[in-house]
Design a protein around this ligand. Structure first.
Ligand SMILES: [Zn+2]
Length: 314
């Protein structure tokens, strides 16, 4: 009898063990599933992203941003923009709006254009230039100087370095003198053709055109008051004194391209970047940013509009 009872209790224990193992496996599975459901992989799969796209999203975005994306519908362009060098999270909606409307442009171009506000017409949504940025201030068709802005330290430029009647911010002038002196040692006489202009003067330039030929013609010809870099006292138009025509075709131009940044000047309206800068290619127009910033912009190989919006417009 005792043997039988023992057998029965062993059976019971075994049965209990088997049941316990089954429950344990079930529970583990449930926990696993529950845990998986908490992952971004699962959550993004639910809104139709594929695994490759999810890998990009989770690699480049922080949890807060990922949570926000989960509230949106699937967009094929999100994984395409977020791993680009100049992607700015604050512009995400504008990229997603701009890209489908511009299928002829690359994703990189779309990002660059939106970053410099080209998804909006010129002069619309005009912001006031952050004048506190000093020599780094951005002036273009989206960032305009206020009517009252008057740069300090404007000094007359000697006729050794310019045609008469020019003036410039002292820091930029000192830098230009060094540049011009060094260029001369190489056999190039680079002179200033145009420099500081007042707001009123720029307004006069533009208004005359507008009254004669209408807004469109005036905008094609000149910047509106507040939107010309010349009003900062930090921009110059130059020429080769010995070859006054077609600066872009002169050896002195090549020297400028290769050296001007060392003195703090950058070519502000490069060829092929017209849609970014809002200006035709101007081989003669240089902007003073100081040697440190000018070297950074030069090495980055992008326009100042792009550089400012990406690195400085915080
Ligand atoms: Zn100019």
């Amino acid at each position: 009898m005792a043997k039988l009872r023992l057998k029965k209790s062993v059976k019971k224990v075994l049965l209990f063990l088997i049941l316990f193992i089954i429950v344990l496996i079930g529970a583990t599975k449930l926990i696993k599933t529950y845990k998986y459901h908490q992952t971004y992989e699962y959550k993004f799969l639910q809104i139709n992203y594929n695994l490759d796209e999810i890998n990009i999203l989770t690699k480049y975005l922080d949890n807060r941003t990922l949570d926000k994306l989960l509230e949106r519908q699937y967009d094929v362009n999100i994984p395409k923009v977020i791993n680009k060098k100049y992607f700015l999270l604050k512009n995400l909606d504008r990229y997603l709006d701009y890209i489908p409307k511009n299928p002829d442009k690359s994703i990189d171009d779309c990002i660059a254009l939106v970053n410099v506000n080209r998804d909006k017409p010129y002069y619309e949504d005009l912001q006031t230039t952050k004048e506190s940025d000093g020599i780094a201030m951005l002036v273009n068709k989206y960032h305009a100087l206020s009517k009252d802005y008057e740069p300090d330290d404007i000094v007359k430029v000697s006729t050794t370095y310019s045609y008469s009647g020019m003036s410039l911010k002292k820091e930029a002038y000192d830098a230009f003198k060094k540049l011009a002196d060094d260029a001369k040692k190489e056999g190039y006489t680079i002179v200033i053709l145009s420099s500081y202009r007042t707001y009123e003067y720029q307004d006069e330039l533009w208004s005359k055109r507008k009254n004669k030929n209408g807004i469109e013609q005036a905008d094609a010809y000149a910047a509106r008051a507040g939107s010309s870099e010349h009003e900062t006292g930090l921009a110059i138009d130059v020429a080769d004194y010995n070859h006054p025509m077609n600066f872009g075709e002169q050896e002195s131009f090549t020297w400028m391209i290769n050296n001007s940044y060392k003195y703090g000047f950058i070519l502000r309206y490069p060829e092929g970047k017209e849609n970014i800068t809002g200006y035709d290619y101007e081989a003669w127009h240089y902007r003073y940013l100081g040697p440190e910033l000018a070297t950074k912009v030069y090495n980055e190989g992008i326009t100042y509009d792009e550089y400012y919006e990406f690195y400085l417009n915080k």
